[in-house]
Design a protein around this ligand. Structure first.
Ligand code: 5RP
Length: 261
């Protein structure tokens, strides 16, 4: 981390830290992927070391698995865990109903499986991720490499019939070569600009042969922990219908200084 954290990084950091404190001894926890989730994994690692917190972590990507092991979290597979008490993960966008776009890091397939196998999904995000309508962030679509161009054509035909503003698609690249997910697949990013009916789109996209999973998370998220650049944290709970706001404490300022080095 550089000496000066940007307001967005501060926001991600406080959200991640607050959410990590929701984890209790004995829990089986889904560990998300991305920069916000990485802060959460590091904080859980601290709790394991400092408090002797006992948890089993189910990572949603190889990079999260590596980080979790590095910070001392016991890592198990989803099949070993069976069912999870909680998954904590980032998001690219969330709306008022806590529907999400995920997959900016290309891990949405495992993330969706893990979140769906959890009693609770807690999303951690900076406040800038909140949108009125999903779709400004390109929607990730994991597709199998075999015949991906045909799949893309079919997807574009489907998009023409949907309530979206744009229909262009792009194969995600990793430098000069197509990006490859942990499952060995490719990702198409759908530039839709505005998704009128996310629930319908999520169902229809998954019907196209060659599509493995889309990045729309509908009715999966239970709680959003929203961080702000000034250290404030909002916790919204869709089941309780509540929003709590927590102000930063003086010790939070020290935390920023600690991690800035
Ligand atoms: C990875 C994801 C990430 O959670 C999402 O892209 C948010 O990332 P970040 O916390 O780095 O902003 O869905 O597939």
């Amino acid at each position: 981390m550089t000496a000066e954290m940007s307001p967005i990084d501060r926001a991600k950091y406080v959200a991640a830290r607050r959410a990590a404190d929701l984890v209790q001894d004995g829990m089986r926890v889904g560990l998300g992927t991305g920069s916000t989730a990485a802060w959460m994994v590091r904080r859980l690692g601290e709790r394991v070391q400092e408090e002797g917190l006992k948890i089993k972590g189910v990572p949603t990507s190889t990079r999260t698995a590596q980080l979790a092991r590095e910070v001392g979290i016991e890592v198990v597979s989803l099949d070993q865990a069976g069912w999870l008490d909680m998954t904590i993960d980032g998001a690219d966008e969330f709306d008022q109903e806590m529907n999400l776009i995920k997959g900016g890091g290309g891990a949405h397939l495992q993330e969706k499986i893990v979140a769906t196998a959890s009693d609770q999904m807690v999303v951690i995000a900076d406040a800038g991720k909140e949108v009125e309508t999903l779709g400004a962030f390109p929607l990730p679509l994991e597709v199998i490499p075999f015949g991906w161009q045909t799949t893309r054509t079919l997807v574009e035909e489907v998009l023409d019939t949907m309530d979206v503003l744009g229909t262009s698609t792009a194969l995600r690249m990793d430098g000069d070569v197509p990006f490859v997910t942990d499952e060995g697949n490719h990702v198409l990013d759908l530039h839709l600009h505005r998704i009128g009916n996310a629930r319908q789109l999520a169902l229809v996209l998954n019907q196209v042969p060659g599509v493995v999973e889309n990045g729309l998370f509908i009715d999966i998220c239970d709680k959003v922990v929203i961080g702000h650049g000034d250290g404030r944290v909002e916790i919204r709970d869709i089941n309780e219908g509540t929003t709590e706001t927590e102000q930063p404490s003086d010790s939070d300022e020290n935390l920023f200084l600690d991690i800035a080095d």
